[in-house]
Design a protein around this ligand. Structure first.
Ligand SMILES: [Zn+2]
Ligand SMILES: [Zn+2]
Length: 354
C-alpha cells in the first residue's frame, strides 16, 4: 500500500510499504477512504510545529471501511463504515486521571500521524475502542470531520460566555474557524467571522449558521454587523496565533481570548489589565473526555453540516495539491496564508468517490 511518509521538514514522500493486518485480538484494520488535512499536518510538513517522528505516516482525521478485525472484536465487522478516533490515551497517568487526556504523558508512540503511523495511507491499524460505526445516511466525507470538531467541542467547553449577547469574533475562516462558529452558535452565541482572504471569505459566507456573518476585517465587522465602530470585544477565537498582542488591550472586561493556532508567536500582554479587567487568555488542543462522542453526535444528527465544509477531495497521489490549497507549497518550500476558496481538504487514499 502507499503511505505519505514524513522524513523531515519539507521532506515527505509517498512510499510503498507493506499492507497492514491485524496483530492483536482487539485490532481493527481500516481501508482509509478520507483523511482530512489539519493545521497540525501543515505545521509538521513546514517545520513550524516540529512534533512528528521521522519515518511516520502522517494523517489523523480519517474515515473508512473495516478491512479486518481481531478475534475478540465484536463491535465492528469487515465492511462496516467507520470513523477513527486518532487520540488514544493511557487512562493511568496523572494527566489522564485528572481530566486532561489530551495531555496524556504516555502518548508518545500512540499519537496517530505524529508518533504512530497515521491515515494518509491505504490502511490504518487501531483497536476496537477507537473506531465508531457511521450511520448509513451519513457520508464518510462528513464523518472525517469528527476529530477536528471534537477538538473544537473540547475548546468551546472552556469558553464561558458572561451572556448570550456577548460580542463574539472568530478570526480565520478555515475549518476550525467555521467549526468554532457552528459550535458557539449552537451554544447560543452569535459569532462573526473575520477572514482576510477574499476567496475564503466568500466560501465561508455560504456555510455559516443562521444569524452569523463574515467580514474582511474587524473594523468592517464592528461597523456593519454591530453598527458601532467601537463595538466591544467580549470573546475572541483566534485560529491564526498572531493577534493576541493587538487585541488584548481592546478586550471588554470579563472577556475571553481563546488561541488555538499552532504557529509560534511571542506576545507581551499587560498583567495589570489581565487582572483589572478580569480577562481570560486560554488555549486548547485535541480532544477531551467525551468530546469525540459529542462531535460524532453533532455530525450524524446533521446539526453541523460537516460535508459542506469540505472544499477539496484529492487522491493520495496528488497530496501536494491538497496541501497547496491550504497555502503549504511543498515543492517550493513555502507556507503562507491560504488564498484559495479552501476549507477542509480531504485526502482520499481509496479514490475520491464516496
Ligand atoms: Zn486534526
Ligand atoms: Zn495517560
Amino acid at each position: 500500500m502507499k503511505a505519505l511518509k514524513f522524513r523531515s521538514a519539507w521532506d515527505v514522500d509517498l512510499a510503498e510499504v507493506p499492507d497492514l493486518h491485524v496483530i492483536g485480538d482487539d485490532d481493527v484494520v481500516v481501508d482509509i477512504k478520507f483523511c482530512g488535512v489539519c493545521g497540525t499536518d501543515l505545521g509538521i510538513v513546514s517545520g513550524s510545529y516540529p512534533v512528528a517522528v521521522p519515518g511516520v505516516t502522517l494523517g489523523h482525521e480519517a474515515s473508512g471501511i473495516v478491512a479486518e478485525t481481531g478475534a475478540a472484536v465484536t463491535t465492528v465487522a469487515p465492511g462496516d463504515r467507520v470513523v477513527i478516533n486518532p487520540t488514544p490515551y493511557c487512562g493511568r497517568c496523572r494527566m489522564c486521571q485528572t481530566q486532561r487526556i489530551n495531555h496524556c504523558v504516555n502518548k508518545h508512540g500512540t499519537e496517530s500521524g505524529v508518533s504512530y503511523d497515521g491515515a494518509y495511507a491505504g490502511k490504518y491499524r487501531t483497536t476496537s475502542a477507537f473506531v465508531h460505526r457511521v450511520p448509513d445516511d451519513v457520508s464518510l466525507r462528513a464523518a472525517a470531520l469528527t476529530e477536528p470538531l471534537s477538538c473544537v467541542v473540547a475548546g468551546a467547553r472552556k469558553i464561558q460566555p458572561p451572556s448570550l449577547s456577548a460580542f463574539t469574533y472568530v478570526f480565520g475562516a478555515g475549518p476550525l474557524g467555521l467549526l468554532y462558529t457552528w459550535v458557539l452558535s449552537l451554544k447560543g452565541l452569535t459569532p462573526v467571522v473575520i477572514e482576510h482572504s477574499a476567496a475564503r471569505l466568500e466560501y465561508a459566507r455560504d456555510r455559516l449558521p443562521d444569524g452569523t456573518a463574515a467580514y474582511a476585517s474587524l473594523e468592517e465587522a464592528r461597523t456593519k454587523y454591530f453598527n458601532d465602530p467601537q463595538a466591544p470585544i467580549d470573546i475572541v477565537v483566534d485560529t491564526t496565533s498572531m493577534l493576541l498582542e493587538d487585541l488584548f488591550p481592546q478586550m471588554a472586561p470579563g472577556g475571553t481570548y481563546m488561541s488555538i493556532g499552532l504557529k509560534e508567536k511571542l506576545a507581551s500582554i499587560d498583567t495589570m489589565l489581565l487582572a483589572d479587567r478580569s480577562l481570560s487568555v486560554i488555549g486548547s488542543i485535541d480532544s477531551l473526555h467525551g468530546s469525540f462522542t459529542e462531535a460524532f453526535h453533532l455530525i450524524t444528527t446533521g446539526r453541523i453540516p460537516a460535508e459542506r465544509l469540505v472544499s477539496h477531495v484529492i487522491p493520495l497521489d496528488d497530496f501536494a495539491t491538497g496541501f497547496a490549497a491550504l497555502g503549504c507549497d511543498i515543492d517550493g518550500k513555502r507556507f503562507g496564508p491560504a488564498d484559495q476558496a479552501s476549507c477542509k481538504v480531504l485526502i482520499a487514499p481509496g479514490g475520491i468517490d464516496e
